[in-house]
Ligand binder design. Structure first.
Ligand code: GLC
Length: 805
């Protein structure tokens, strides 16, 4: 295989260093998108050139209109090209859908490029968002590949949204939008005199507080902001009336169905190239928008901003790098999982399948774990943000909207526990115990309270929500949102939640101890011991743990059930957290392998429900094999990899990892359909007519988790309070791999050799040239903490497993 052909299919391939995915046809089986964001402003862009823009919140503050139609994929911001013979095509494939002589869409880290050639004209459209400004830049290079002079007129097109989406009542909302063209700025401006987010009087009688703009670096010959005159009444995007005629009507004001369109002329001699830039943005004020427009009229400023974006991403992605015998794992770990988690999940929180924009209490906390080896300060901020979205009694919002701060409080039982869970992981990474004293208010009480207290309240509230026999109550669901009706009467129990809580109790007892809170440490240990016993007696189903009980006491996820007999999470977390003793751990993971593991990874439950059940929840309403109803739910599937590695089953752990790995799944594009460079939220399970098909890409906490389990469980480089643990669990045929990782400011260059073909076990470590014998309490090998700024070489030889032989 040529390197340039990395993981090539009929739709595309990875660049040699894995940092770009090059799509070679506009007609992929589903839209294959990029989610580009600077943490405030962002855009999605698909390989057809479609997509949308937002600022801060993709749902409450959509800048350009878009409708969720993944078949047509035809809402976007477009550039039409019209030549001297009145032939029309577009820089992206949509909306004209011509037959370009060449078409390539390269999704990169923080940018997308669409290269295309039609009728002797080459265009290269680079789309990106500068690091610190609320604007997107479209740098367009146009080249005349022929010998004779070509005269082109370009028309841009977008529809202003300016507020909440979906804007199902356009006729109402368009009345409040006002547009204006300013020749001096070479720009169209749009404002809106109404916003759905309440203003200072707590009422939505308020202005949309931004100024939207769309400008061109080259002086436009005309503009239009009226959809009717641009498309023509009953017209279409494919061939708008204005483009057909080659004339824009220069209409602006209010009472229009507001769009933004600029026309610019280009005359290109043979072989000549011209570079121009269009902007779209939403600034805080007119003057800020004018400033941004002026700045990016300069081609150098655009270039500098692009290099800054690349530099920032390089530094974010560069703090942890692996090199393994598996290129597919390297590409995902080094590049795309981090990018997906940061750009897609933490900064943008939006993509084609779920346009969101809100913060999920459990979701973004889990996602923020990706920052631990990159910039743990970001994880800390996330913890603090979520602590501020907790009530004094320990309960939390299920999700909340930034901007409006509207949130949903419900009885889903696990949300609050992710706060202590991620806090403990943050402490393992940083040993920054000072964070426990950092103070945040509650939603219903402004008195600042230490993070330690926030976390303890979450645990205490969970402990209080327990059934008579000592199992946690599931309420309106736990991690599995789809178990939405199991415990509506607050009687049903969750075994998974018990496993999860058990681990948190044990870990947090350790934190309490370090903090000198011996009473709490003792209490949590005692509760944990008790819970473990109850889970293993009351929660045991004979061959595996059942999943939950309904309010009626009936079991779910039990061999007694015809459907949904065994659930994945109730097994994996028993192993990860050590609820199951070693023998039982083997037994339940054997059951997972036998009953849940299919070609695309372990499914969430099996068999899928074919009958709906109002006492279980909406997961039974999905078709069997889909999403939470028996699909591979990537987020949860990653935990099976962790569990297998706890059992030292390196071969199976890696096999599961590979089955989930989108790079490899993507080698069957007709079956898998979705992007090969980001994780799918779910892959259809064996009960589905579309077995193997991916869905909901860019979604769920799967990226951060796949990243974590890959590095920490398979490669076995794991942070702990006392240092960096080295505990690989790999397929036996791997001869060598390396990990370069930043840990508490020091760089560790770790090379692991496996001369005897084992799956696990460390025979020897040489640290900076000296034999090293550090060990954790459980016997796993430990590297010491070094001074920040230092660099260290670590040579590990795998062999007879000291701990587990
Ligand atoms: C979705 C939710 C996540 C939940 C999962 C399982 O991904 O965003 O919070 O845990 O579904 O139901």
């Amino acid at each position: 295989m040529k390197t340039a052909d990395l993981f090539r299919t009929k739709h595309g391939y990875f660049s040699p260093d894995g940092t770009e995915y090059i799509i070679t046809t506009p007609e992929t089986p589903r839209p294959w998108i990029n989610v580009i964001s600077n943490g405030d402003y962002g855009v999605t862009v698909s390989q057809t050139g479609s997509g949308y823009s937002w600022r801060t919140h993709a749902q409450l503050n959509r800048i350009t209109r878009w409708e969720q139609d993944l078949v047509r994929d035809e809402w976007g911001k477009y550039i039409y090209i019209r030549d001297e013979q009145a032939r029309v095509w577009s820089a992206g494939w949509k909306p004209v859908c011509g037959k370009p002589d060449r078409y390539e869409c390269r999704h990169g880290i923080g940018y997308t490029v669409i290269d295309s050639r039609s009728r002797g004209i080459e265009t290269e459209l680079l789309i990106f968002v500068p690091n610190d400004e609320p604007v997107e830049l479209w740098q367009l290079k146009v080249r005349n590949t022929g010998r004779t002079l070509r005269k082109l007129r370009l028309f841009t097109y977008l529809e202003w949204g300016l507020g909440a989406t979906p804007d199902w009542h356009r006729e109402f909302h368009k009345s409040f939008i006002e547009t204006e063209y300013d020749a001096g700025s070479r720009a169209v401006f749009a404002t809106k005199r109404l916003w759905e987010v309440p203003g200072d009087r707590g009422h939505w009688n308020t202005d949309w507080p931004y100024v939207a703009f769309h400008s061109s670096s080259r002086r436009p010959v005309a503009f239009d902001t009226d959809k009717e005159s641009f498309l023509g009444m009953y017209g279409s995007l494919r061939m708008p009336a204005a483009v057909k005629k080659g004339i824009l009507r220069k209409r602006s004001g209010n009472r229009l169905d507001p769009i933004g369109s600029l026309a610019v002329d280009l005359a290109l001699g043979g072989g000549e190239e011209s570079v121009l830039t269009f902007t779209v943005g939403a600034a805080d004020s007119r003057s800020q928008s004018e400033e941004i427009i002026r700045k990016y009229r300069s081609a150098e400023a655009v270039e500098t901003a692009f290099q800054d974006v690349r530099r920032r991403w390089r530094s974010l992605l560069g703090t942890l790098e692996v090199s393994t015998p598996d290129r597919a794992m390297d590409i995902m770990t080094n590049v795309w999982l981090k990018y997906q988690a940061i750009s897609g999940r933490l900064w943008a929180r939006t993509a084609y399948y779920q346009t969101g924009g809100a913060y999920g209490f459990r979701d973004q906390l889990q996602d923020s774990q990706v920052f631990l080896p990159i910039d743990p300060e970001q994880t800390r901020r996330q913890l603090q943000l979520h602590a501020r979205h907790q009530f004094r009694d320990g309960s939390v919002y299920h999700w909340w909207h930034p901007m409006s701060e509207v949130g949903l409080r419900n009885n889903i039982s696990d949300n609050l526990l992710w706060l202590p869970f991620v806090l403990v992981n943050y402490l393992r990474e940083t040993a920054d115990f000072g964070v426990l004293q950092s103070e945040e208010p509650f939603l219903d009480d402004n008195t600042p309270s230490p993070l330690y207290d926030h976390a303890a309240r979450a645990i205490d509230l969970s402990l209080g929500r327990s059934s008579a026999r000592g199992l946690p109550l599931i309420g309106q669901g736990d991690w599995n949102d789809g178990l939405s009706a199991v415990g509506l009467e607050m009687k049903g129990e969750s075994i998974w939640l018990g496993h999860f809580l058990y681990g948190i109790l044990k870990d947090f007892a350790g934190v309490a101890e370090r903090k000198g809170d011996a009473a709490r440490a003792a209490l949590y240990r005692e509760k944990a011991d008790r819970l473990r016993i109850v889970l293993n007696t009351e929660g045991w189903d004979g061959e595996w743990y059942f999943r939950a009980t309904k309010d009626s006491g009936e079991k779910i996820g039990s061999r007694e059930n015809a459907e949904g007999q065994i659930f994945l999470n109730a097994q994996t977390w028993a192993v990860i957290n050590g609820v199951a003793d070693p023998e039982r751990a083997e037994q339940v993971m054997n059951a997972v392998e036998r009953r849940l593991l299919f070609k695309a990874g372990p499914v969430l439950l099996h068999p899928g429900y074919r009958k709906t059940d109002k006492y279980i929840g909406y997961l039974t309403r999905y078709a069997a094999g889909m999403r939470e109803n028996g699909g591979v739910y990537t987020h949860a599937a990653t935990w099976a990899i962790a569990a297998e590695s706890v059992l030292r089953r390196g071969k199976v752990a890696f096999e599961m990892y590979s089955r989930l790995n989108p790079v490899l799944r993507g080698m069957h594009p007709d079956e898998y359909c979705v992007e090969p460079y980001v994780t799918a939220g779910n892959i259809e399970g064996p009960d589905s007519a579309f077995y193997g098909r991916g869905g909901w890409t860019w979604y769920t906490g799967s990226a951060a988790w796949l990243f974590r389990v890959g590095v920490e469980h398979i490669l076995g480089v794991r942070p702990s309070f006392d240092g960096l643990t080295i505990d690989p669990c790999i397929p036996p045929h791997w001869k060598e791999f390396s990990v370069r990782r930043l840990f508490r400011g020091a760089v560790y260059h770790i090379v692991v050799r496996n001369p005897h073909g084992v799956q696990t076990g460390v025979a020897s470590i040489v640290l900076d040239g000296q034999p090293h014998d550090g060990r954790c309490r459980d016997g796993t090998r430990l590297l010491p903490v070094f001074q920040s700024g230092s660099e260290h070489r670590v040579e590990v030889v795998m062999g007879k497993d000291v701990k587990f032989s």
